[in-house]
Design a binder for this molecule. Structure first.
Ligand SMILES: [Zn+2]
Length: 127
């Protein structure tokens, strides 16, 4: 899992958390924007997780605890995967914005070339 703002890579099950912390503390300017967008995404688009149904009759308190823990770990892992996906989306959005700026500048440059002959002809006509 790579940082969208630099070359650092994070691996392992804690990667989303480590990446999130790295972005917050290592890229404060980006993080502010990122965090606002992520809040929007997480509040708007991530549905409420349902409490897991535990079927069967656990034979002991221990077994119940293990089932609940397994459910917790499963949902937590999924939640972190979603955070990573959202972070990736925000990175793509940032890249798209940067590309839009480049496109706009290049488009202006192309317009200069396109308008040059017409402008020259108009100047000749006027003279
Ligand atoms: Zn970074």
């Amino acid at each position: 899992m790579q940082c969208p703002f630099c070359d650092r890579r994070f691996t392992g099950t804690r990667a989303p958390v480590a990446l999130s912390a790295h972005v917050r503390f290592g890229h404060k300017a980006h993080a502010r924007k990122w965090s606002a967008k992520l809040d929007r995404f997480t509040t708007a688009e991530v549905p409420d997780a349902q409490a897991p149904e535990i079927s069967g009759k656990p034979e002991s308190h221990h077994e119940t605890q293990a089932l609940v823990r397994a459910a917790y770990e499963g949902i937590k892992a999924r939640r972190e995967a979603i955070s990573a996906e959202l972070l990736h989306m925000v990175a793509l959005e940032a890249e798209a914005e940067a590309l839009d700026i480049q496109l706009s500048k290049l488009s202006e440059a192309l317009a200069v070339f396109d308008n040059a002959p017409a402008a020259a002809a108009a100047a000749r006509h006027a003279a």
